[in-house]
Design a protein around this ligand. Structure first.
Ligand SMILES: *[C@@H]1O[C@H](CO)[C@@H](O)[C@H](O)[C@H]1NC(C)=O
Length: 144
């Protein structure tokens, strides 16, 4: 029974997680190659971020540098201006090793206080020296 449930959960989560189209950030040198960005849930693009929900973001990338630490930096681009957006630092399993693919996971809580607008989200993860390991932009819209 437990085995059956586990399979069911994996099947359901692989349906709701969507690899979304992303673009690189302007004027940023990056020290890694980003392969996929998954957003869950995201039934259709641009991803809808419903008020009061947690959105899970998963990025797979191969760094071209080693790093012991990492830091997440997220901005909403509103009317062309980057507005800082506080997120937890997310997780990566252990130190980052150049050439070894890793998966970064983070959760974003969509506060009901956020205005219901369409915007671009710029997501960066920085290394020990505050250099970008990756940086991408995805369009989203905040819904109720
Ligand atoms: C969102 O995540 C936070 C932190 O893990 C948790 O406390 C909260 O209950 C979650 N909210 C929902 C709506 O899932």
């Amino acid at each position: 029974m437990i085995k059956y449930l586990t399979i069911l959960v994996i099947a359901v989560s692989s349906i709701s997680a969507v690899s979304v189209k992303f673009s690189g950030c302007r004027s940023h040198g990056v020290h890694g190659t980003l392969t996929t960005v998954d957003v869950e849930p995201c039934p259709a693009e641009p991803c809808a971020l419903p008020h009061g929900k947690n959105i899970t973001l998963r990025a797979t990338f191969t760094p071209s540098v080693d790093s012991n630490t990492f830091k997440s930096s997220v901005h909403g681009i509103i009317l062309g201006l980057p507005v800082p957006y506080g997120v937890p630092h997310g997780s990566l399993s252990g130190p980052i090793v150049s050439g070894q693919e890793v998966t970064y996971t983070n959760t974003l809580y969509v506060s009901p206080a956020y205005p219901k607008i369409r915007l671009n989200v710029e997501w960066e993860v920085l290394d020990d020296h505050h250099r970008d390991l990756f940086c991408f932009i995805i369009p989203v819209h905040i819904t109720s």
